[in-house]
Design a binder for this molecule. Sequence first.
Ligand code: HEC
Ligand code: HEC
Ligand code: HEC
Ligand code: HEC
Ligand code: HEC
Ligand SMILES: [Ca+2]
Ligand SMILES: [Ca+2]
Length: 325
Amino acid sequence: MSKQTLTWFLAGLLVFGVAALAMAATPQEQWNGTKHNAKNLGEINQDSPIMRDNCIICHDGQGFANNVTKRADLPAAVKNTPNSIDCGVCHGAKAQAIMASGDPGKLANGFQVKGAGAGALCISCHNGRKLPDPEKKPAPHRSAQFDVLFAAVGAKVPGVVYPSSPHGATPDTCVSCHMAKLDGIPNHTFKVVNKPEYVAQACGSCHPGLTTVNRTALADYDGDKVVEGIQDEVKGLIALLEKAIEEKEAALGAHFHESHGSFAWEDNNKKEVKVPEALYNARFNLALVEEDGSYGIHNPAYVVSLLQNSYKQLTGKDVPGAALR
Ligand code: HEC
Ligand code: HEC
Ligand code: HEC
Ligand code: HEC
Ligand code: HEC
Ligand SMILES: [Ca+2]
Ligand SMILES: [Ca+2]
């Protein structure tokens, strides 16, 4: 190679390299905008979950990494600050061991899952922590993704057989769908991007040709006579169940509220109202599905069945005109 050709070759490499760098995003750029970054959590005070004992094991990155539930037990340098769930947390020793084993260990609500691949890391934090209990009336935590994906948790009507999950079987569970390649690297926004290129990678191995996460449902589940995308069918069912719940509460004169992770109903004099089990169950399933946040994608048939059966248990009749699961 002559000296001149070599110069051109090197210049070409440089241009190509810069272009490639400009195209590929970095994990840092993608992570910056997420809620794993404490900067995006708004105003933080001592009552925020990222600062509170018993919450920091999931809400504070160093709480998780050091396996600690009390701030006082954190290393001095990170004890008094909110600590992001950052690169070092998810690529540190504890997280690596969980990803390699595919086993998040026993969860707060007693469930165990093995073979969850890299998604076991996500499951360590993204689980609902509670089981339905009409006596104590707990609410699911705002992170019920594990519970729905594995059809593990839900207020079930005795005798009804609920569908299990096709999506719990994805090899890296959460990571397969949420961390497919985005701009050339594993997606560190952690959000499923509802664009054809992304959907093709996250879902295409099992649903060839799918271009939107809102995949057309197999039937009309909310009974409005239109077969919509599954997320719209689920939103339709949520609206129907919510209306039925509010009608029941109005008839009982019971005002609903949630505090300290439990549901409660009170009359006009702020005295507790005893409500039927079906009402608690319906509230639990409604919260579970809303807090899961995927509007049915994590486990379509299960979510449809939970909502439809809650509606029936509460009102005594099937969702009018709907295809039942
Ligand atoms: C097992 C792990 C875990 C524990 C323990 C935990 N949380 Fe959470 N929590 C989460 C996850 C994960 C989310 C985010 C879920 C999502 O975005 O779907 C969350 C979300 C929340 C939210 C909603 C935040 C928002 O921006 O909307 C609040 C409020 C909250 N948690 C409060 C608490 C409090 C208070 C405690 C302690 C008493 C606690 N959490 C303990 C995992 C946990
Ligand atoms: C919430 C957890 C989480 C956070 C935070 C996180 N990562 Fe990752 N990262 C992962 C997972 C999961 C993978 C995919 C690993 C696998 O499948 O083995 C990954 C993959 C990667 C890869 C690709 C490795 C490969 O083999 O291709 C790089 C590089 C990386 N992360 C860097 C970073 C950097 C830099 C940060 C901080 C800006 C960061 N990560 C923050 C969970 C995380
Ligand atoms: C150490 C605990 C922890 C781990 C591990 C973790 N998360 Fe989170 N995640 C949280 C908490 C806490 C929040 C909510 C923060 C808030 O809103 O206060 C959250 C929020 C989210 C959100 C909400 C959207 C946003 O803006 O960021 C998504 C999506 C998410 N996590 C996906 C994942 C995925 C996928 C994994 C695995 C690769 C994962 N998380 C691992 C604790 C965790
Ligand atoms: C089969 C693919 C798939 C699997 C597996 C999966 N998700 Fe999702 N997830 C989705 C889709 C699709 C959405 C909805 C995205 C939308 O509406 O744009 C979603 C929504 C969410 C949301 C709400 C996002 C937001 O913006 O608030 C969170 C949090 C989440 N998933 C976490 C998880 C966790 C944790 C796991 C593992 C326990 C998991 N997901 C497993 C596909 C998946
Ligand atoms: C590992 C394989 C696999 C992956 C990856 C996967 N799915 Fe599925 N999915 C299935 C199987 C199996 C079924 C059940 C049979 C069917 O409905 O095709 C299913 C069912 C569904 C249904 C239910 C249809 C109904 O009405 O009951 C929807 C919606 C869906 N998937 C959407 C998605 C989306 C969106 C993604 C990507 C974010 C995805 N899936 C990724 C295997 C997968
Ligand atoms: Ca419909
Ligand atoms: Ca509808």
